[in-house]
Design a protein around this ligand. Structure first.
Ligand code: PEP
Length: 244
């Protein structure tokens, strides 16, 4: 956990022209691992442009190794495309594609088998937060991935409160730090040997303005950035904030 991790999740945004522009304008900082997760179809081109400045991620992969699964991309294909990191269990996958913890675990196993790093996304709804169930919800999501957390050579968790994703309403640093401490506690409990090597990232309306405040806390070892990663200057500023 020596490097901070900054991951861009483009979701279903961007195009080839943006990809070329972004690739040539990101800072290369030794203490920050930058990962860009574009739509899968752009991964190969992005890997050609990476030049050691950033790594390529995928936003998702299928839960099977291969076979009759129309529209899916396997973890081995992600590796072939040049990806080193794969997001898994993003709340948009959980809600729009009915992915439960079991599917997330199956995907995680595929990612590990392909030799890639899973970034497991967890987070509570607004109703869960307001009813005091946020920590229990996240604890259950993390615990469900125990096998993956124990067996992965490299793995990270991204805490993304669902109410903060794409809303412009980031969690306060106090809320983020409290949850990161709780997650760290769960990791120590369920995978004590692996826990020290697992980074915990925050995601949810991170931007150039709030990034420095988040990175002031050692509990926050990186960020997962959606909207602001589509603005080259803003994303570069977030990377620089991570380096401080
Ligand atoms: C995300 O979708 O992972 C995310 C954090 O989005 P945003 O930064 O736009 O809230």
């Amino acid at each position: 956990m020596t490097q901070r991790l900054v991951i861009a999740n483009w979701k279903m945004n961007g195009d080839l022209a943006f990809l070329e522009a972004l690739a040539s304008s990101l800072p290369s900082l030794s203490n920050v691992q930058t990962v860009i997760a574009p739509p899968a179809v752009y991964a190969l081109r992005l890997a050609e442009l990476a030049q050691g400045v950033f790594e390529v991620g995928l936003q998702d992969v299928g839960s099977h190794e291969s076979g009759a699964h129309t529209g899916e991309v396997s973890a081995a294909m992600a590796r072939d495309l040049g990806a080193s990191v794969v997001l898994v269990g993003h709340s948009e996958r959980r809600s729009e594609h009915a992915e439960d913890d079991k599917i997330v675990a199956a995907k995680c196993e595929q990612i590990i088998a392909a030799g890639l790093m899973p970034v497991i996304c967890v987070g509570e709804t607004l109703v869960e937060r307001e009813s005091g169930k946020a920590i229990d919800r996240v604890r259950a999501q993390v615990t469900a991935q125990k096998h993956c957390l124990r067996n992965a050579k490299e793995v990270a968790i991204a805490y993304e409160p669902i109410w903060a994703i794409g809303t412009g309403k980031s969690a306060t640093v106090t809320e983020a730090v409290q949850m990161h401490q709780a997650i760290r506690g769960v990791l120590k409990e369920i995978v004590p040997a692996a826990a020290p090597g697992i980074s915990i990232l925050y995601g949810g309306s991170v931007n150039a303005e709030n990034a420095p405040e988040l990175f002031a806390y050692p509990e926050i070892q990186g960020v997962l950035v959606g909207g602001a990663s589509l603005d080259t200057q803003q994303f570069a500023a977030i990377i620089r904030a991570a380096a401080k």
